[in-house]
Design a protein around this ligand. Structure first.
Ligand code: TTP
Length: 393
């Protein structure tokens, strides 16, 4: 079966991380976000991957090339982000049989994708406590009978997990009218398939939609936690690695460092001397964690530097960020309430008691900068020495 992977999104909610890197290419453990989707499709036996690309498409094409893990990859260019059905419709020419549709910014359980392919026509569903923010599926006798978007009174707690296996005929049904929010939605295609075929629900325990910065952190928590201990880089005899710690070839861990997994130290990265890094953390390619620095549950993108005497917790640092000595991130509010974060101009709850900061590419902090919980620093922002930053900038 061909798998269409949607990766044309601009990722406006995850800015500033997506300002230069398209969201599907943001790092999740040892590979870009969309590679987890493509890998799940390949593992499930996809015989071709069709990537729908748009925003910053070159980076996606460069990564996957024309073959990925021995499976042919082709590209469909969506010039206008007019919705998920519109995205699949752009790939229409590539489709000639039953096909799967997966979101390039979702993390799926690979076993569920395999079951999805086998059960075509089928849709993945995940049980959630409060499904009101999702597409909700109704089922009878093991068949999906209906899908309702964001219902006030959900008929079940089965949320649509954004993975579909469609019959060949669905190729003719992709041109659906725009929904109320002005997008051509793949769920309207699903509704038609439900009307004409017996669609099997594949329930999955674990699934994630990565839309906002803290979800990228959570995606890393999940995927870093699945990696197994492997030490191919250089580790001092006077360093301590506990649990699932991966030190890639070309990475260096100096003396006096304590690393508590799950932690991934990518090629070219250096840690220490005398640093404390604890899970779930990803220290990206060529990133640096220096003397007396503590990094907890964070993602440092490639080239990010936290040189000395600093604390970084529950945070995402973009590429080539540089934190001056004594930069301290606060990741917990005094009142213990969930940390809030600004998404597209609106302050929203992250649902996390602990969340630090999101720093776009090339952010530089002056020495002794204090950063408060839920802070967003835009690409290239600088802070002065000794500043306490309480507002996004
Ligand atoms: P969304 O998460 O709805 O959109 P997005 O990725 O652009 O993010 P944001 O809302 O923050 O701007 O998209 C869901 C998936 O579908 C995602 O993998 C991107 C993809 N997509 C397309 O490929 N084309 C489209 O026109 C749309 C709307 C989404």
């Amino acid at each position: 079966m061909k798998a269409v992977v949607l990766a044309a999104g601009e990722g406006t909610r995850i800015r500033p991380l997506s300002t230069a890197v398209p969201k599907p290419m943001l790092p999740v453990a040892d590979r870009p976000l969309a590679a987890h989707t493509v890998d799940a499709a390949v593992d499930a036996g996809a015989d071709e991957i069709v990537l729908v690309v748009g925003y910053e498409s070159e980076t996606v094409e460069e990564h996957f090339g024309s073959r990925y893990r021995n499976v042919p990859v082709s590209y469909a260019h969506q010039t206008e982000q007019a919705g998920t059905a519109h995205a699949v419709n752009t790939a229409r020419e590539h489709l000639d049989g039953p096909f799967a549709v997966l979101n390039g910014d979702n993390l799926y359980d690979p076993d569920a994708i395999e079951q999805l392919f086998d059960a075509c026509p089928a849709v993945c569903a995940v049980e959630v406590d409060d499904p009101r923010q999702y597409g909700v599926l109704s089922t009878t006798d093991g068949t999906v009978t209906d899908i309702v978007e964001k219902p006030a009174d959900p008929p079940t707690n089965l949320a649509n997990a954004g993975a579909y296996a469609f019959p060949a005929e669905a190729r003719r049904w992709l041109d659906v009218p725009a929904s109320e929010r002005g997008e051509h939605e793949i769920t309207d295609v699903l509704a038609r398939v439900i009307g004409e075929y017996s669609v099997t629900p594949i329930t999955t325990d674990r699934w994630m939609d990565v839309g906002r910065p803290w979800e990228l952190l959570e995606a890393n928590e999940w995927k870093a936690g699945t990696l197994e201990r492997r030490v191919d880089g250089e580790v001092s005899d006077a360093a301590f690695l506990e649990g699932d710690v991966i030190v890639e070839e070309g990475a260096t861990v100096r003396s006096g460092v304590v690393v508590e997994g799950p932690v991934l130290v990518r090629s070219g990265a250096t840690i220490g001397p005398n640093a404390y890094v604890r899970g779930a953390t990803v220290i990206g390619t060529d990133a640096k964690v220096g003397h007396s620095v503590e990094v907890k549950n964070s993602v440092l993108s490639s080239g990010a530097t936290v040189g000395h005497l600093s604390y970084v917790g529950d945070s995402v640092l973009g590429r080539n960020v540089n934190f001056g000595a004594g930069t301290t991130v606060a990741n917990l509010r005094h009142d213990g309430d969930p940390v809030r974060f600004t998404v597209k101009g609106k302050r929203v709850s992250t649902g996390r008691r602990k969340f630090g900061v999101v720093a776009g590419d090339r952010v530089k902090t002056g020495i002794n900068t204090s950063l408060t919980p839920g802070l967003k620093l835009d690409t290239g922002t600088t802070t002065a020495p000794g500043e306490t930053v309480e507002r996004d900038r």
